[in-house]
Ligand binder design. Sequence first.
Ligand code: ADP
Ligand code: MG
Length: 229
Amino acid sequence: MSAPIIQLHQVHKSYGQGRPALSELTLRVEAGEALAVLGRSGSGKSTLLNLVAGLDRPSGGSVVIDGQRIDRLGEAALARHRRERIGMVFQFFNLLDDLTVRDNVMLPAQLAGMPSPRAGARAAELLEQLGVAQFATSFPSRLSGGQRQRVAVARALMNEPPLLLADEPTGALDSASAADVRDLLTELHAAGRTLVLVTHDTALAASCATRTIELLDGRIARDVQAVAR
Ligand code: ADP
Ligand code: MG
């Protein structure tokens, strides 16, 4: 069996005093899974995603992603982890408003040192694939929420990360756009991407997840394999 893509061992995270955001959390995710993370507000969902992404470090325990232990990496190595292994999609898109759609999508590759012509060609290809090629030279503010999220997904895929993380990707969308993004994520998973989705959108979890965990006070309260569809 191949190595898991995510291996968290007794991960602990506290922010100062008070109840920890995550408590002794152990979790193994295999390549090809689509994991939905549920749990009420404050249960630790975003903290979990941020630790996997290398946006933050645990207070204790170990985080191994795609074979590399990342919890003790320095800033530069963590930034490289994020660039090479992680694609991330946020509730509010996090696109840069003063860059065109194409420049937003090219950015991760340029930060990784890819020459502009190649990055431009790959961005064009991704925008085409995700059905938003006609907006390449527009600014994000011209696009609907669903279109912006498609652009954000293109950006997340730019460096071909083995792992795609999404934090409430349909949370800020109207129902038609949400359905659109749901279909997109479902297609990406069908094409072999490993996904971790924090979501309150039960339709998203139902259409795409192969497994669901529920967090309660920073612990895994439930872990169920979805029935094969
Ligand atoms: P969720 O995404 O499930 O709503 P979070 O992971 O954002 O939960 O938060 C879990 C707990 O950690 C909450 O009690 C929250 O207030 C706390 N927390 C999260 N981020 C920070 C932070 N940067 N500083 C202090 N406390 C935080
Ligand atoms: Mg959150």
